[in-house]
Design a protein around this ligand. Sequence first.
Ligand code: SF4
Length: 270
Amino acid sequence: MKTKTAESILIEIKHLRPWSFSRIQKARKCTYDFYWSYVEKQKPAERADFFILGSGIHYILENAINTVFKRRKPLNYDVLKYFFEQFRHKEPSLNYEKVKPFLPKILTYANAQLRRMGKIQFFHSEVELCINREFAPTGFNGKEAFIRGKLDFVFAQEDTLYIVDHKTNRNRDFSKRIKTQLRWYALLAKAKYPEFKKLALEVHNVRYGTVRREIFTENDILNFRLKLVPIIEMVEEELLGKSFKDLTPSPSSANCRWCDFRHICPVRKE
Ligand code: SF4
């Protein structure tokens, strides 16, 4: 079956780089999904409720952490409600009842940062990092951008750089996918802050208020880099110069279930 994208744009390097964790995941998961997302930049179907909820929770949490560090005193629920209302200006469909169960955990996590006051050297939330082909820091949107990512929360304490990713999903596991995502961030953070020999990769599940941690050394980063480069090279080789009709999609119930392009995909699996 033909889709409206059958006569299409050839994939160029500008469609591939800079690689983000989600971009490479998409390219490896299903080339149709990748093509519609990054080459044609098609409008996805309506965003699923859980994506909107996840964005709202991230927004409230990020602002709560920043406010705690700024005010140097505990927050209350009114402040969180204020951030919720701010988010609703952008995304009016987010329902307060959906957000409410997360607020006690957000409050606890944000206020717990007070214990770090005076111990940490710096902190950043929603920090954009990017490296070039030589793995040196470069501009997030620059010409040389090769790999990039937006890190939820980064702080330095003693000899360790902490990299925290906030999750809202129901799965409590420190899954292989989450570990790989955090290692991706560690690679970026190491280029920006080379003075840290030890990196603590943390997944903070906001739904349950849990934090799982993995320590990553310089050697681990080197090994990760050695594994990642051939994967990126393989994906680039596979996609460069191809048009839509040259691509082979990967329909499966796992891949198609949450795909943004189910509404236009001729081979989707239920
Ligand atoms: S619906 Fe399935 S086959 Fe189609 S683009 Fe999405 S993941 Fe690929």
